[in-house]
Design a protein around this ligand. Structure first.
Ligand SMILES: [Zn+2]
Ligand SMILES: [Zn+2]
Length: 232
């Protein structure tokens, strides 16, 4: 209820602002679409060769990250580097209610999966803790899941995964600290049994959050879990 009010409030505020201040690119602020073609063209895709497990770009067959702290899920992938124009666009999407950007990100995710298919049949968004979702008014990953689902014809399971406790921001933590911070923070529902899951998030850094989600999903019998993020 609170989340919906906040969301409607934000939508109303945006509509009013659009009227007073016409739409501008979330990155360069030029009037026009919410993301102009020039800024979108500056997104830098992450292309093979990659580590087959963690998805980091890799020149050698041995991944130093996976050797040190391997992920527990089947694999993670990200569409583009979390840098420059894409970093600005994701910040606008996440912190400034620029929900319209979900369309562009949905298309990016869809195109990525057409080019580099993953063996999945269900989308699950990385959940926020209820408190944070109420404050923000939306879960950006759930918006991405819906945008991808509309394009890629994979169903979304909106209630399959819950964040059971608030976790502190991961940004200041190292890889081991991030794992500790999100350990056991998620719980899955039994409906995931046998599913081949695509776990969706806006940004993936070390993969710690996706790993913790994966642990909860495997615990309830998920067959496989692949993580996909817009950016890394
Ligand atoms: Zn622009
Ligand atoms: Zn790796």
């Amino acid at each position: 209820m609170l989340a919906r009010l906040a969301r409607n409030g934000a939508a109303l505020r945006n509509a009013l602002l659009d009227f007073i201040f016409p739409p501008r690119c979330a990155v360069c602020r030029r009037t026009g679409p919410w993301l102009c073609a020039t800024c979108a063209a500056r997104f830098e895709n992450i292309l093979p060769p990659l580590c087959q497990r963690c998805g980091r770009p890799l020149a050698s067959p041995h991944c130093p990250y996976c050797a040190k702290l391997p992920i527990g899920i089947d694999g993670t992938r990200a569409v583009a580097f979390f840098d420059g124009a894409l970093r600005d666009a994701i910040h606008a999407f996440k912190y400034s209610h620029r929900l319209e950007l979900a369309d562009h990100f949905g298309t990016m995710l869809h195109t990525y999966l057409l080019t580099f298919p993953l063996p999945v049949d269900t989308i699950i968004a990385v959940p926020l803790h209820t408190e944070r979702e109420n404050t923000r008014g939306y879960n950006q990953s759930a918006l991405l899941a819906n945008a991808l689902s509309a394009r890629h014809h994979l169903p979304v399971h909106p209630d399959a995964l819950t964040r059971t406790r608030a976790t502190r921001s991961q940004t200041e933590l190292d890889a081991v600290g991030r794992r500790e911070n999100v350990r056991d923070a998620f719980v899955a529902s039994p409906q995931v049994r046998g599913a081949r899951i695509l776990l969706l998030d806006d940004v993936c850094t070390t993969g710690a959050t996706m790993d913790a989600c994966g642990a909860a999903l495997y615990a309830h019998g998920a067959q496989s879990v692949w993580g996909l993020a817009v950016a890394r």
